[in-house]
Design a protein. Structure first.
Length: 166
């Protein structure tokens, strides 16, 4: 059983994806029996879901989140980046900086998500699956009191789907 967060964001567009990922991780754990397991935070949704899954099913495993590594232009490192043209990489960089620069205003709702969506599409993005502001400390019980907001985004540059969280 995985957390209901699996039905939002990427889970809405890729039904069953996180159940399959948790199944693969579960099989690896049974084979390897690790003390620590490391996941990247580039896919923050997947990290949160898997961390919760492991903590509920394997009390003795320490889950470690690894920070997102970015190219010099700000795009999160991913094998998908190889599919992007130079122009598309420039657009991806622009989007990252757009969101980074407006993050606090998006979180406080002083800047509307609909407005940044329009700017992102105008910048050359083919399609946006989602862009949402989420307090990640309110996703898994017990909730932490401290606010920790992330901007989650999935969009297409050509045929390539890019995900990030800032």
């Amino acid at each position: 059983m995985i957390n209901n967060f699996s039905k939002k964001l990427c889970g809405k567009y890729r039904p069953g994806h996180f159940i399959a990922v948790a199944d693969v991780i579960n099989r690896f754990i049974k084979i390897i029996n690790p003390k620590n397991i490391y996941f990247g935070k580039k896919d923050m949704q997947q990290f949160i879901i898997l961390k919760d899954f492991i903590k509920r099913n394997y009390k003795n495993i320490n889950v470690v989140g690894c920070k997102t590594i970015r190219e010099k232009n700000g795009i999160a490192l991913s094998s998908r980046n190889e599919l992007l043209s130079k122009r598309q990489k420039n657009i991806g960089s622009l989007i990252y900086h757009m969101i980074l620069n407006k993050k606090n205003e998006l979180i406080t709702r002083k800047y509307k998500i609909t407005k940044i969506k329009k700017e992102i599409l105008k910048a050359g993005v083919k399609k946006i699956d989602y862009i949402e502001t989420i307090n990640i400390n309110k996703l898994i019980k017990p909730y932490k009191k401290k606010n920790n907001f992330r901007i989650f985004i999935a969009y297409y540059l050509g045929e390539t789907r890019i995900i990030d969280n800032i």
